[in-house]
Every structure is written in structure tokens, then in C-alpha cells.
Design a protein around this ligand. Structure first.
Ligand SMILES: Nc1ncnc2c1ncn2[C@@H]1O[C@H](COP(=O)(O)OP(=O)(O)OP(=O)(O)O)[C@@H](O)[C@H]1O
Length: 326
């Protein structure tokens, strides 16, 4: 449980206390600014690793205003890695433990959405990529490079290569502000070595996402290009907020109309939000009283997202070409 105190409250002023906007929020986990990277990983993402290896989809994303620590949580810093690297390490450790009974392949792609344009962070010279939906409504990025990796070290090298191409610029609110949404996709395929199920391949997909932060122009003092980026960032986060609200209010994935098409981000997150995925949203807020307003709004969206129910089924593909649920 989290108690967000209204900094304007004055216990000696009955009129003010009556108008208090103090509010309690209930989340699965609440961590303060002193929580270690390991603790954040253990309490949010670790539990997803085994399910990905056994063929389920999962998504982890960091959400919140600029400068509140999303990139710190997801990517971490030298010597104290964040969720991306901890997950890759755990994923390969888990695969190694069970590799006697099955053959595994792991591949990854890494993209950013910058000003509503998609760039391949592992192959930046490929220009802007198109987002397409197949007949079954599965979202795909045309032309993105997918790299097969044999161990955690290779994956982490690729991730670091991608990070060097990511768009980051200093703003008044954050010296290393992410100006794009970064999406790492890891696909784990596994085929049992046992004879009677050898023709079945299980596929689990993991999305790990470091969103750019919402921002107020006055706070960031952005002008020119930074302001244009900020407008794109805010627009896509607004689209995300609208999808979260619609999904939480109208009965989740059964809802008639969810505006996924309003931004590339929401199109890409379609499954994570309302479809076939175990999804963890890590909501970030500043501990500062000065950030009360944006903390409140952010937590309200986080609270709504908690009401969304996704329906997960295992990705199973038969060698003879058919697909089936499990
Ligand atoms: N828990 C923490 N402990 C120590 N430093 C932190 C922590 N969280 C964030 N920081 C530092 O605060 C600064 C802002 O964090 P970060 O860049 O992760 O924010 P952000 O939410 O990703 O911002 P933006 O949306 O602008 O990209 C960075 O210098 C980061 O290293």
C-alpha cells in the first residue's frame, strides 16, 4: 500500500484538511528510492523468466515522469545492472539448467520509437521501419534484424551496442533523458528432446521496455527539437494512458473499441496491454513533494492498469505447420 500525502495539508487548518487530496493506492509491490536493483528485479520480473522459457509471452515496462529512474531501473548503471541484464542472465541460467531435456534457441531484436518513427538499434543504418499487422492481428516490424545468441554475454554485448545508438539528450529535468521508447524483444524457442513431443516447438516472447518519460514543458524548459520530441513522447504516453483507461473500464480485452492505433507504442504494446501476455508495469514517481501533481496522475494510471486482465496461453507451433494453444 502506498500513501501519497498532499504537501498542502495543514492539520491546523480544518478547511485545507477537508480539501486534502491525500490518497492511498494499492499495488502488488511498493518499493522506495533505497531499494536495490536486485530487490527491484526480484520483486517485479524474476517470476516471469520460467514462464517465458516454457512458452508464455511476457512484458515488463517502466512508466512515469521524466527523471524518475525508469532507465536506471531497466538498464541500470555500470557495475549495477538493471532489469534487462538481470533477466538475460537469469534466462540463460534457466535454459542451461533444463537443456538436457530440450533444445533451445534464443534470438533478440532491439528498437526505439523516436518521434513516432521506428529505428533498429542493432542495425541503425536500415533507416525507419514499418509496423505491420498480419491477418491474425499479430504486430510485426518489417525488416528488423533478429540476432541469435548462445549465451548471456553475447546478448548483453548486443544490448550495449543497441544502447549506444539510442537517442538520449540532456534536458533541464534529466541530464541523460531518454527521448525515445526502447523495446528489447527476446524470443525463446524450445523443442523437447523426448520422442513423443519432438514435433512441437514452444515459443515464448519477452518484451522489455524503457519508455521515455512524460514531461511538462515548463519543467524541462525545452525548445526547438527537444520540445518537438517532448510533444511526440507526451502524445504516445497519452495514447497509452487512454488504452489503459479504456481496458480497465470496459471489461479488459472484451472491450469493443480500444484505440491501439493512436500511436506506434500502443500498437506495439497491444498484446502486452490487452492480449496474450503476462505483463508487469513498473510505475515510477519522484520522492519530492514538488512532484505531487504528476505523481498523483501517474499513480492513478498505474492503479487503473492493475484492473486490466490479460488472457495468457502458451505459444505452441507444430513442425507440420499448424499452431495450437496449450
Ligand atoms: N534508485 C536510484 N539510485 C541512484 N540513482 C538513481 C536512481 N534512480 C535514478 N537515479 C539517477 O537519476 C537520474 C535520472 O534517472 P533516469 O535517467 O533513469 O530517469 P528516467 O525516468 O529514465 O528519465 P527520462 O524519462 O527523462 O529518460 C539518473 O542520473 C539516474 O542514474
Amino acid at each position: 500500500m502506498l500513501l501519497l500525502k498532499d504537501p498542502n495539508d495543514d492539520p491546523d487548518d480544518a478547511w485545507r484538511m477537508n480539501r486534502s487530496r491525500q490518497r492511498t493506492f494499492v499495488f502488488d509491490e511498493v518499493l522506495d528510492q533505497y531499494a536495490s536493483q536486485d530487490c527491484v528485479y526480484e520483486s517485479t520480473t524474476k517470476r516471469l523468466v520460467e514462464s517465458i522459457v516454457s512458452g508464455y509471452n511476457a512484458t515488463v515496462f517502466a512508466y512515469g515522469p521524466t527523471g524518475t529512474g525508469k532507465t536506471y531501473t531497466m538498464l541500470g548503471v555500470d557495475g549495477d545492472p538493471g532489469i534487462f541484464i538481470r533477466t538475460l542472465n537469469d534466462l540463460f541460467r534457466t535454459i542451461e539448467e533444463i537443456s538436457d531435456s530440450a533444445d533451445y534457441s534464443v534470438s533478440m531484436s532491439y528498437l526505439e520509437i523516436y518521434n513516432e518513427l521506428i529505428r533498429d538499434l542493432l542495425n541503425p543504418s536500415s533507416g525507419f521501419l514499418e509496423l505491420r499487422e498480419d491477418a491474425k492481428g499479430n504486430v510485426q516490424i518489417a525488416g528488423i534484424m533478429e540476432f541469435f545468441t548462445n549465451n548471456a554475454e553475447e546478448s548483453i554485448l548486443l544490448l550495449k551496442k543497441g544502447n549506444r545508438h539510442r537517442t538520449q539528450e540532456p534536458t533541464a529535468a534529466n541530464k541523460t533523458s531518454s527521448r525515445s521508447h526502447a523495446v528489447l524483444q527476446v524470443t525463446v524457442k524450445h523443442r523437447s528432446k523426448s520422442h513423443n513431443v519432438q514435433d512441437v516447438v514452444r515459443i515464448g516472447k519477452l518484451y522489455m521496455i524503457d519508455l521515455a518519460g512524460s514531461e511538462r514543458a515548463a519543467q524541462t524548459q525545452n525548445r526547438g527539437q527537444r520540445m518537438k520530441e517532448g510533444a511526440h513522447i507526451n502524445r504516445s504516453l497519452l495514447a497509452l494512458g487512454n488504452c489503459i483507461t479504456a481496458l480497465s473500464e470496459r471489461g479488459g480485452s472484451h472491450a469493443h473499441h480500444i484505440n491501439y492505433r493512436d500511436s506506434k507504442l500502443t500498437r506495439l504494446l497491444k498484446d502486452a496491454l490487452g492480449g496474450n501476455s503476462r505483463t508487469v508495469m513498473i510505475v515510477h514517481i519522484s520522492p519530492s513533494a514538488a512532484a505531487f501533481e504528476e505523481s498523483r496522475t501517474t499513480l492513478i494510471y498505474g492503479g487503473r492498469a492493475k484492473n486490466i486482465k490479460t488472457r495468457v496461453s502458451r505459444g505452441v507451433w507444430r513442425i507440420d505447420g499448424g499452431t495450437e494453444g496449450a
